[in-house]
Design a protein around this ligand. Structure first.
Ligand code: HEM
Length: 200
């Protein structure tokens, strides 16, 4: 009891404050310190990836090493749809002006539950140019866009070129059908007997 009283007296003597005021100010200083220091990143955490919300990150396995982007070459709009994040084993892709980007590193934006998930697996030029989320605008049709909108689209394109690896180009469905047809015709020419047998 004697120690308690003498500590309180010392506090009043050295600070000129009542013990209650002293402890209130001390508590406020701790709160302010914790709040302010929480606003800064400690040097050890500086190189760590940003923490994304559990919802947006639900499909990300921390132990999974980052995947190397796979070059896909030419694929169609329809084939691109398979890369919308619904299959976690596939990369997340998105196309701008016919160029396909691997946006897997932006999974918190484009992955399932992300704010821009509607763009994954799609050609998004029109939507980005118009700053629109309308499903009808999520395509590569640039018809009727003004100069300002095309500049906006170009800014997006630069952002994507800087941030994400390019992994392929979009081609029209028709062209692949033609290619398939050509391949089939060539195959039939190379193996005329097989072709006749099939006809029988
Ligand atoms: C209320 C309006 C909007 C707000 C407050 C907003 C906010 C943001 C923020 C904070 C980011 C993260 C930026 C970064 O860390 O690099 C972002 C990214 C993005 N925003 Fe928006 N946004 C808005 C509207 C739009 C619209 C209209 C579009 C297009 C239709 C759009 C498309 C995107 C895309 C594609 C990204 C991801 C870019 C990347 O992959 O780095 N946003 N937005």
């Amino acid at each position: 009891m004697g120690l308690y009283t003498s500590v309180m007296e010392e506090i009043s003597f050295y600070t000129g404050l009542s013990p209650a005021a002293f402890f209130t100010i001390l508590a406020m200083m701790v709160v302010v310190y914790r709040t302010v220091s929480g606003m800064f990143v400690s040097p050890e955490d500086y190189n760590k990836p940003p923490v994304v919300s559990a919802r947006a990150n639900s499909r990300l396995d921390e132990s999974e090493p980052p995947r190397e982007p796979v070059q896909l070459g030419e694929i169609t709009d329809r084939e691109l749809r398979a890369y919308d994040g619904s299959d976690p084993s596939k990369p997340l892709l998105m196309a701008i002006k016919g160029q396909i980007y691997d946006v897997s590193n932006g999974r918190n934006f484009y992955g399932p539950g992300g704010p821009y998930a509607m763009f994954a697996g799609k050609e998004c030029s029109r939507a980005l140019a118009l700053l629109s989320f309308k499903p009808d605008d999520i395509n590569g049709n640039l018809e009727g866009l003004g100069e300002e909108e095309l500049t906006i689209l170009e800014d997006w394109e630069f952002k994507f070129i800087e941030k994400y690896p390019k992994v392929g180009q979009l081609i029209a469905e028709q062209r692949t059908r033609q290619n398939e047809f050509k391949e089939q015709t060539q195959d039939n020419l190379d193996n005329p007997n097989e072709c006749k047998e099939e006809e029988k």
